[in-house]
Each structure stands twice: as structure tokens, then as C-alpha cells.
Design a protein around this ligand. Structure first.
Ligand code: ATR
Length: 226
């Protein structure tokens, strides 16, 4: 029941109407018996939204596209890992101090580790945006051997140098015999869901494939692994 004691949590993004975060968090609150509610806010002006978190005492906030980098300079404190990844996706309001964290990398790495041991694995990482940076950082921490491939060469090279891994153009991805393939691009996302970022011939027996695109849940890339 929502009453005067209910705590508010939120996700800030734009666009944000597709977000699964309210369904996930409200479901978890219910199951845990917490008197809390989680809403999605489509934000136009980020500093005003941050003032709103402080002013209303919103307990915790998720941050999504396009604010993950911009928000860093507006917080009171940013955890060291989030600072390295240059992205905050989670804010904790601790007695009025807003502290930024990044859980994108640990979420992805924990999901992968349920399937494979990452140390020494040959990983083909597609993309050079924020998602690729977070996952690449996590893979590096787990001592995987990474080849980063991206459509735009400049962005690919810059991120590979930042992470400290090899890189090639996307068209060269097919020559790398990977144990693990991770799509960290937006290719395959609704409403352009009929495409895959790589040709099917790249997929090999025994390869583990992860797609960060979750709409549709079964992307063309994942369907082609069957
Ligand atoms: P995010 O922060 O979610 O990772 P982003 O910074 O917009 O999002 O990055 C999107 C990634 O998807 C980039 O690597 C982008 O490649 P470019 O750097 O060349 O733009 C990749 N991407 C998007 N559309 C693509 C397409 N049609 N083909 C190949 N790569 C694509």
C-alpha cells in the first residue's frame, strides 16, 4: 500500500518509456515487503532533476541514456570504478549526499560468470559506447583476452587504448576465433530487430554469446546461435 511512509525510487532517462526498471524494482519491493515505489522520469533538464532528488529525498536512482556521463559532475561523490568507466548508472542518497556507482560492469560480468570462467578466454567485444566500456573494463579485470571491434574506427581505437586491449574494424571480427562473443552495440534493437551485428558464420560450436540488447529478448544474433 502507498502511504505517507512510502519511499520513492526512480529511473532518470530520456527516452525512458521502454524501461523495464519500474517493473523489476517494484516487483522486487513487493516480494521483499518494502514500503517503496519506483517510477520512471523522462528528464529534460538534468540539474533540475538532481535538485528534485535532493529536495524530495528520493532514496535511490537509476540513471540511463543519455545521462550516465553528464551526471558525474552533478554528484557529491563518485565511486572510483564509476569514475574509471566514466559512467554512473546508480545513485544512492545517503543522508542528503548523492553518491554515484556503476553496476553495469558487475551485472554483466556476474551474468557471464554463471556460464564461463573468464580468465584467459578469447573475447570478441563488439561496440565502443558506454556499454562496451563498462563490460570491457570488467573483462580486463577478469584477465580475459579482448579483441574490440567497432564500426567507427576512431572510437574503437580510443576505447581499446583506454581499456588496454587489441582492436580491429568490425569487418575483421570474423577472423578472430573467440570463446565468447559479446554484442555491446545497439544493433538488433527494436524497431530494427531484424539485423545482427556480425555474420552468422562467426558463430562457432561451444562459443558463448551475450547480447546486451534486451528488446527483443531473443535478438537475431541469439536466434542464430541455435
Ligand atoms: P551505449 O552507451 O549504450 O553503448 P552508444 O554510445 O550510442 O551507446 O554506442 C552504441 C554502439 O553501437 C557504438 O559502438 C556504435 O558504433 P559507432 O561507434 O560506430 O557509432 C554501435 N552501433 C550503433 N549502430 C550501429 C550499426 N548500425 N552498425 C554497427 N555498429 C553500430
Amino acid at each position: 500500500m502507498i502511504d505517507a511512509e512510502t519511499h520513492l525510487y526512480a529511473v532518470l532517462g530520456n527516452p525512458v518509456r521502454h524501461s523495464l526498471s519500474p517493473a523489476l524494482h517494484n516487483g522486487a519491493f513487493r516480494r521483499m515487503g518494502l514500503n517503496a515505489v519506483y517510477l520512471a522520469f523522462e528528464v529534460q533538464n538534468l540539474p533540475e532533476a538532481i535538485a528534485g532528488i535532493r529536495g524530495l529525498g528520493i532514496r535511490g536512482v537509476s540513471v540511463t541514456i543519455p545521462f550516465k556521463a553528464e551526471i558525474i559532475s552533478l554528484l557529491d561523490e563518485v565511486d572510483e570504478t564509476a569514475r574509471k568507466i566514466k559512467a554512473v548508472n546508480t545513485i544512492l542518497n545517503r543522508d542528503g549526499r548523492l553518491i554515484g556507482y556503476n553496476t553495469d560492469w558487475s551485472g554483466a560480468i556476474e551474468a557471464l560468470e554463471q556460464k564461463v570462467r573468464l580468465e584467459g578466454k578469447r573475447v570478441l567485444l563488439l561496440g565502443a559506447g558506454g556499454a562496451a566500456r563498462a563490460i570491457g573494463y570488467g573483462l580486463k579485470r577478469r584477465r580475459a583476452e579482448i579483441l574490440l571491434c567497432n564500426r567507427s574506427l576512431q572510437k574503437g581505437k580510443a576505447l581499446a587504448e583506454e581499456i588496454g586491449c587489441a582492436w580491429k574494424p568490425l569487418s575483421a571480427a570474423k577472423d578472430f576465433e573467440a570463446d565468447l562473443l559479446i554484442n555491446a552495440t545497439s544493433v538488433g534493437m527494436h524497431p530494427y530487430g531484424r539485423v545482427s551485428p556480425v555474420p552468422k558464420a562467426i558463430l562457432r560450436q561451444g562459443m558463448t554469446v551475450m547480447d546486451i540488447v534486451y528488446r527483443p529478448l531473443r535478438t537475431r544474433l541469439l536466434r542464430e546461435t541455435e
